[in-house]
Design a protein around this ligand. Structure first.
Ligand SMILES: [Zn+2]
Length: 409
């Protein structure tokens, strides 16, 4: 076969493997779609890319090299069922993992092959939970929000409160990380220069498994790193000290893999920007560090993060975490009202009420009857009630109570 044909066959192989198994990261697919469909985005992402390349090429102009970049982070956890709610401990573990990787403090750095060890870098970038929200109020940096959405896709709805997700905190000042039940992919990230309202990282719930390192890889993308194979056969990742390699590395190889004429050292499959199993990744290179730092240079797409007050002491202390209140779309609808015989209760947008007991009381507060909600549209027979005003009341496990009035004809 000719090289061109070989390449096509190779892509088909890689592609079919990718659709069958859960792919670890969808950033390249996500950004490719954006680049194809949105001319404004294409311009902005390409402009960011051009900026990064210029600063990379002139490292002397990078005045931020002495010191550590500290990035304020806010987690948005969208849950539908109780098991989709993440704990503070899980968030801390994710940040700890992230910081160990970016500061090259992992125990597994000893596994970096001798030939690549001189290239391995302490990236001097750290990620910390925000201590001040955009209004300089107290925050612990973790937002948890119920959503009627059971499964999320790569369409960014999780980033919009109006679509039952959670609005980003000013992405020029915070790294927003959404954790939700993402379908098919472990996670994806926007690239520097992306639409500001969508900027950030999305992680599926599976990505929080302590043996995965999705967050490290996606933070790399968010800071402008590309996949180490450049998303093409022997492609370019924009970094000079990562060897060219044919494609992503599945699993966890134990031997040198020579591709694209990169012998004798072979593929740097232990790089965080490969798809190698987490247990076998252990380095970012100096070139990658340079590329990430380039975004923070004056005029760069991530420069504004250096001016964030997100890690400062809050100006307004609140003893309670700020409660945004229950969104309107959670409202339970009852119909018809007034009612003759059957009153329908629509719980479509808030399944948390299913399995809970709902009480009917009269105006004097006396309980007339009660029933357990069994489905999203619950029908309540009120045929035998005398005409008058009644109330429906219930409490759910989340401490929410509901009270609604209806009129029996
Ligand atoms: Zn990726």
């Amino acid at each position: 076969m000719k090289a061109g044909q070989l390449r096509i066959v190779f892509f088909l192989l890689v592609f079919s493997a990718a659709v069958q198994a859960q792919e670890p990261c969808a950033t390249h697919l996500y950004s490719r779609a954006k680049l194809q469909t949105d001319a404004g985005q294409r311009l902005a992402i390409n402009r960011a890319e051009e900026f990064i390349r210029q600063v990379q090429a002139a490292p002397g102009t990078n005045r931020l090299e002495n010191g550590i970049i500290k990035i304020p982070v806010v987690f948005h956890n969208l849950y539908h069922t109780a098991d989709q709610k993440i704990t503070d401990a899980q968030v801390y573990a994710q940040l700890d993992m992230l910081n160990r990787a970016f500061r090259r403090r992992n125990a597994d750095t000893v596994n970096t092959p001798a030939v690549f060890r001189p290239l391995a870098a302490d990236c001097m970038i750290e990620f910390h939970l925000a201590t001040s929200d955009p209004g300089r109020r107290y925050t612990n940096g973790i937002i948890r929000k119920y959503s009627p959405v059971l499964k999320w896709t790569m369409d960014d709805r999780m980033k919009k409160s109006a679509e039952t997700g959670s609005d980003a905190w000013d992405p020029s000042k915070y790294l927003n990380i959404w954790v939700c039940n993402l379908e098919k992919f472990a996670g994806y990230s926007t690239l520097p220069g992306s639409d500001v309202s969508l900027d950030g990282i999305v992680l599926g719930l599976g990505a929080l498994n302590p043996s995965y390192e999705t967050i490290i890889h996606e933070a790399g993308h968010w800071l402008g790193l590309k996949h180490i194979w450049g998303d093409e056969y022997c492609g370019d990742d924009g970094v000079s000290d990562t060897p060219k390699q044919a494609a992503y590395t599945p699993g966890c190889p134990t031997t040198v893999r020579v591709t694209c004429g990169n012998g004798p050292a072979g593929d740097m499959y232990m790089n965080y920007m490969d798809f190698t199993a987490a247990a076998c990744t252990n380095l970012f290179t100096h070139g990658q560090k340079q590329r990430m730092w380039a975004s923070f240079a004056f005029g760069g797409p991530r420069h504004s993060l250096l001016e964030s007050a997100g890690l400062d002491k809050p100006l307004i202390q609140e003893s309670q975490p700020l409660d945004e209140g229950e969104p309107r779309w959670l409202e339970i609808r009852i119909f018809p009202n007034p009612v003759n015989s059957i009153l329908y209760l629509d719980f479509s947008y808030d399944a948390r009420w299913i399995g809970k007991r709902i009480y009917v009381t009269n105006v004097s507060g006396q309980q007339i009857t009660s029933e357990v909600v069994t489905s999203k549209i619950h029908s309540l027979n009120v045929d035998k009630l005398r005409p008058g005003i009644y109330f429906l009341a219930a409490n759910n496990d989340q401490g929410l109570s509901m009270r609604m009035k209806f009129v029996k004809l």
